[in-house]
Design a protein around this ligand. Sequence first.
Ligand SMILES: [Zn+2]
Length: 237
Amino acid sequence: MLGRLIWRAKQAVHTLRNATRPEKRSCPICQYEGLFGPFGFPVRPEAQCPKCKSLERHRQLALWLERDGNKARFAGKRLLHFAPEKAIETLLRPHVESYVTADLEPGVAELVINIEQIDMADKSVGVIVCSHVLEHVDDAKALRELERILTDDGFALLMVPMVHHWEKSFERPAPTVAERIKYFGQFDHIRRYGRDFVERVKDAGFAVEAYSPTPEECIEYGLGLGAVMYVAEPQRG
Ligand SMILES: [Zn+2]
């Protein structure tokens, strides 16, 4: 009995400590060092750098960019950024020839584009950034469109929320907002991706390379544990 009480007391102390004294992190974008803040729904307690407002996926992209040769891959290219986020634009704009933003929603970005049916010429874009977009749309259509508009030496940076221990993505009819929140976690998501995301990208004609930060980097920079960014290049004979 006393043993159980002591165990409970220790648990309570640990819980309180974790809630009130999170670990210090570093931001690879603005070099801030200290406590990160909460963001998102459900809330991720250490998601956001308080100085530059970057989130986990932005810091992950910043780390990838610093890797050998990755900055040079943007040189001279025209970049198209879907569902634009300022933190990503700040990182990538200095490395490209031109930068244009696009969104389905009018007034959000420079161009209004439906990613399932893109009003742009074949092979007209060198880099595509498509972060947290494909879980909202018909991804087979969208990925084929991305492949079509990329130049032969172009590439797409793809990020989606994913359940890594699921072999297959989870999709089912969910016509109401309540059902989409229940099944997919957000009012406008239409699936939860599993590991077959990679096969879906390959099916659209891409070769896919995955970038995962090391466990040390995830801890140091406050990244989502297990988060992956995919670099997709058109495979044309
Ligand atoms: Zn920062």
